[in-house]
Design a protein around this ligand. Structure first.
Ligand code: C2E
Ligand code: MG
Ligand code: MG
Length: 736
């Protein structure tokens, strides 16, 4: 996603944030509902209890006293009426007086009622007025009777009128009392009702609040948990399904959880994009050679396998695997520098692609993991090695023609950094299905054929020969076996005695390495030294020989045999090893005194390319009291370089020269010249390969100092040589 896309998306997100209903509001609403519910409940309960309290106060202070006063007034009215009647009948003045008191009390009760319940004032005043009339009439009647002044003619009429007034009074009071009584009952009922109403309202408010709270909390929690679970599910899916990042959380709602989900999805998208990019890059790096942008060995193998699979279904179709190695690339690289070497490799890659595909640019398929069927493939293995697949060939000749075209194209001169240079190419060709139908075998076959091309003088091509495979397999078998020779204890030394040619006395011996493998048999160094040199194991073998020679010298010393000079052979790699003196010193350990009995034989070969290091090593070895011999002098690469630059003690005349000494005049002259040169340089001479007495005599006559060969003794096993030593104990040349 581009930056602008991202900003747009961010803006979009800001809008989203503006319009969302935040989850916190939901949580806040829970608190608000809870608080509101509580206050509503509190307000309802408070107001209800205040009303109830007012009602109860009214009952206590008004309703009940009014009721009591009215009841009391009724009783008093009845008592007054009784007293007046009895006073009238019995002319009892005391009763009359008592009724006066009761009348005052009656009035007092009614006044109190009037005070408490002002609404009854008119009614009470009416009753009071009626009572006053009734009482005064009844009292006057009773008084007149007691005093005897009463005219009884109107008594009955007055009494009837009084009785009616009394009844009216009783009725009015009764009605008032009944009304008040009902009002009292209504107030009590109302108070009770209020109490239960308050309870009901309180309960309803509580229940409603609780339900509302539960609902909001449930919805909020559910939506949070649901989305957390969604995220957990998505993450688990990514984790368990080997990183399938196509999972997305649905964006429902617009709260914080949605925002979290949104960013989670965005993060996944980014991660997915980054993973895809890095996977593509890893794929590119895994399948491409970064210098030339050509497919590498891995990709080549993949293409080859898929092409073989495809050709399996076609009939009469041949495929050629070409293995190419540039000739003389190393000098160009060394002389012009590595950058120029890289440039040359790039041009070679272009020429190869152009030759087989007709394309000028080195480009590989964008999706490298998908080989294009039938298309020629050019790959770079490493260094100056390339490989090719040419598919759907009609015959072998077509492959040969392509190889020739390639050879011609590569031979064209190169101009790099203004300098002109040239390289050749050795090509090995292996054919499917004739040589093999296995990709790896086709590659190794082409590789072997390429070596054949190199061995045939380079800058040519060769087809794979099945016999090559057997030789290579044997080589590989040997290679693996040599590597195990030391740990398996398969090595031993042979000792070939050396003699003074003038008096025939034993003067020393040469230690010769033998490898005895239970399956492959016994090998002379000539059979495996080259391979050990190639696989880098040679120094280890030479170290072993040195250690073994020292062990034997020590053993013989312990047996009381006088130390005898032993010569041992160093390979070119060992002679030019930078840390040779250190290695020798470590091997000798506490037996350094035995080093004076050792002579190191070095053969001057083409492998010795750093003469300065060899020179240093020779000096160091001599400083450790060892002697140095030049082996196989007069044959191979022997020159005068080492002899002139290094302090050599002995020259060993090669057995090839010795052999011809009696028959070939030239050889005799060479040997004589070597001996004269050695005498001049004060270097001892040893002739090797003396096979008969005549050779021994001839060499003695030519003043060769020492000799070794089958004439004297074949190389002997250590135990045999120890016995040989004891037999010739007295014959050892003291001067040696
Ligand atoms: P070299 O140092 O010239 O050893 C002499 C070779 O000539 C030995 O072969 C020996 O067996 C052989 N020989 C001795 N007398 C006669 C004779 O009268 N006639 C004939 N035809 N041959 C004779 P070998 O043991 O097979 O060793 C071959 C070469 O391998 C040695 O040549 C030496 O260069 C190398 N070599 C031997 N041992 C070692 C070793 O421990 N380390 C290294 N690096 N090379 C070794
Ligand atoms: Mg030797
Ligand atoms: Mg030799």
């Amino acid at each position: 996603m581009s930056d602008s896309d991202q900003i747009f998306r961010y803006q979009d997100d800001r809008d989203r944030r503006k319009t969302r209903r935040p989850l916190s509001w939901q949580i806040l609403s829970i608190a608000v509902i809870g608080t509101l519910g509580f206050f509503v409940f509190l307000a309802v309960m408070l107001s209800e209890s205040k009303d109830r309290a007012d009602l109860l106060k009214d009952i206590r202070d008004t309703r009940y006293p009014v009721q009591a006063s009215l009841l009391s007034a009724l009783n008093q009215l009845e008592t007054i009426d009784n007293n007046l009647e009895h006073a009238f009948i019995s002319s009892n003045g005391a009763l009359l007086d008592h009724s006066m008191i009761l009348a005052a009390q009656f009035r007092g009760q009614l006044h109190q009622v009037m005070m408490l319940e002002r609404s009854n004032a008119i009614e009470i005043n009416t009753i009071l007025a009626a009572f006053d009339k009734y009482f005064s009439d009844s009292h006057a009647l009773a008084q007149s009777t007691i005093s005897g002044q009463r005219d009884f003619s109107d008594t009955t009429l007055i009494k009837q009128a009084n009785a009616r007034t009394f009844n009216d009074l009783m009725e009015s009071l009764g009605t008032l009392q009944t009304d008040h009584s009902e009002s009292l009952v209504a107030s009590v009922d109302s108070a009770t009702q209020r109490a239960s109403d308050a309870l009901r309202v309180g309960l309803t408010t509580g229940v409603l609040t609780a339900v509302l709270l539960f609902l909001v909390a449930f919805i909020t929690t559910r939506s949070i948990l649901q989305r957390i679970n969604n995220m957990v599910r998505s993450l688990r899916q990514i984790a368990v399904s080997d990183g399938d990042m196509n999972v997305r959380i649905p964006l429902t709602g617009s709260d914080e959880m949605t925002e979290l989900a949104f960013w989670f999805n965005t993060f996944l998208e980014k991660l997915q994009r980054m993973t895809a990019e890095s996977t593509a890059e890893v794929k590119r790096l895994a399948f491409t050679d970064t210098l030339t942008n050509l497919p590498n060995r891995r990709m080549f193998l993949r293409c080859l396998n898929s092409e073989i699979e495809r050709l399996d279904t076609l009939q009469n179709s041949t495929l050629a695997v070409l293995f190419l190695d540039l000739d003389n690339f190393k000098p160009v690289n060394d002389q012009l520098g590595h950058d120029a070497g890289d440039e040359l490799i790039r041009i070679v890659a272009q020429r190869l692609v152009h030759t087989v595909r007709g394309e000028d640019t080195v480009s590989v398929n964008s999706d490298l993991s998908e080989p294009v069927p039938g298309q020629p493939v050019v790959a770079r293995l490493a260094g100056d090695e390339f490989m090719m697949i040419i598919s759907e060939l009609k015959n072998q000749q077509q492959a040969a023609n392509i190889a020739e075209r390639i050879r011609m194209a590569i031979m064209e001169p190169y101009v790099i950094n203004g300098m002109e240079c040239a390289v050749g190419v050795s090509i090995g060709i292996c054919l499917y299905p004739d040589n093999s139908d296995d990709a790896e075998e086709l590659i190794t076959g082409a590789d072997m054929a390429m070596y054949q091309a190199k061995n045939s003088g380079k800058n040519t091509y060769r087809f794979f020969d099945p016999a090559l495979r057997t030789a290579t397999e044997h080589k590989v078998q040997m290679d693996n076996a040599i590597k195990k020779a030391i740990p398996n204890g398969e090595l031993h030394l042979m000792f070939q005695p050396q003699f003074n040619l003038s008096n025939g006395k034993l003067v020393g011996a040469e230690a010769l390495l033998r490898w005895e493998n239970p399956e492959l048999g016994v090998f002379s160094p000539n059979d495996f030294i080259k391979q050990a040199e190639a696989n880098g194991q040679i120094c280890e073998l030479d170290d072993w020989v040195m250690k073994s020679v020292l062990d034997h010298l020590l053993m013989w010393e312990n047996k009381g045999i006088k130390p005898i000079p032993i010569a041992l052979n160093f390979s070119a790699a060992q002679a030019s090893r930078p840390s040779l003196a250190l290695a020798v010193s470590r091997i000798a350990g506490t037996h350094k005194h035995l080093l004076s009995s050792i002579e190191i034989e070095i053969t001057e070969t083409s492998a010795i390319d750093n003469i300065a290091v060899v020179e240093n090593n020779i000096q160091a070895l001599k400083a450790m009291d060892m002697k140095i011999a030049m082996d196989d002098f007069g044959a191979g690469h022997s020159s005068l370089t080492l002899l002139t630059r290094c302090d050599i003690d002995t020259l060993k005349i090669d057995k090839a020269v010795t052999r011809e000494i009696r028959t070939d005049r030239k050889c005799r002259s060479i040997v004589q010249a070597i001996i004269d040169l050695a005498t001049e340089l004060e270097v001892a001479t040893v002739a090797e390969g003396i096979e008969d007495e005549a050779q021994a005599h001839a060499l003695a006559e030519m003043n060769c100092d020492l000799g070794q060969g089958y004439y004297y003794s074949k190389p002997l096993r250590a135990a045999e040589f120890a016995r040989y030593l004891e037999r010739h104990r007295d014959g050892i040349d003291k001067a040696a």
